[in-house]
Design a protein around this ligand. Structure first.
Ligand SMILES: [Zn+2]
Length: 256
């Protein structure tokens, strides 16, 4: 891994002009975020806001990677990158170009697929709401992600964006993407680890998020994507308090 990582780092520094800060500084904060599967562990590594790296027995999965290459430098190259939608806090072509390695595949919603340059498109498969597929023995389902309140419909109209449920060797992981507390989320079954967005004006507040989560009852939930605009930041501690231990809340270092 070191050889490819070194060359990746050089690329990252050259491309961005920023000084590389060792990832180990943040690594300690990510400890303890491991979940057992039938064949090993899945470790959750929060990168920022909506971006994360999952180290799994079936490979390294990046979710909505954006930002500087250096933020990803201490992780193996992705085997799979999943993208929920095309907004800038979820999708960045420069980041993707810095991350992809030989064999890296992408799974995207249809809009991202349309916006991919040809070389990335050649690695990609698109999924629309309700589709299910498979990657290296992992099941993947595209779950709807959309706004339901009148003044927010413009952000994420129904039918366009994806959340995902990944089935990794018996562990079911839900990534919400950007959505409100839609019926399709409330109807999810047997989720072990959920990542649920909450911010305003773009998605939902902590009350709506906690209400939905208490209905589909994952074993663990990570509040993520909780900074918003115009005072729309949601407090993950308030979210945890609302759940009142009905679901175990995990905190990721999304903004540290
Ligand atoms: Zn977003």
């Amino acid at each position: 891994m070191t050889h490819s990582r070194r060359s990746f780092l050089k690329t990252g520094v050259a491309a961005t002009g920023v000084v590389f800060l060792p990832y180990v500084v943040g690594a300690a904060a990510h400890a303890g975020n491991e979940f057992a599967t039938d064949s090993g562990t899945v470790s959750v590594n929060a990168i920022a806001h909506a971006s994360m790296v999952l180290l799994t027995p079936i490979g390294t999965i990046h979710v909505d990677p954006v930002g500087e290459a250096a933020q990803y430098a201490d992780f193996p190259k992705p085997d799979l990158i999943i993208l929920t939608h095309h907004h800038g806090d979820h999708f960045n072509v420069d980041t993707l170009n810095g991350l992809v390695a030989e064999g890296t595949k992408l799974i995207t919603n249809a809009e991202v697929y349309k916006q991919l340059p040809e070389d990335l498109k050649a690695r990609a498969s698109q999924m629309i709401n309700g589709d299910s597929g498979e990657f290296n023995g992992m099941s993947i389902e595209a779950i709807p992600a959309y706004n339901t309140t009148e003044d927010k419909l413009k952000f994420h109209p129904a039918g366009r964006d994806n959340g995902y449920v990944l089935g990794i060797d018996g562990l079911r992981v839900y990534v919400s993407g950007d959505t409100e507390d839609i019926p399709e989320m409330r109807a999810l079954k047997d989720i072990d680890v959920a990542f649920v967005c909450m911010n305003l004006p773009f998605t939902m507040d902590v009350e709506a998020a906690a209400s939905a989560v208490s209905e589909f009852k994952p074993k663990y939930v990570y509040p993520y994507h909780y900074r918003g605009r115009d005072g729309g930041m949601q407090d993950p501690e308030a979210f945890a308090k609302l759940l009142n231990e009905a679901v175990q809340v995990k905190m990721g270092g999304w903004y540290s």
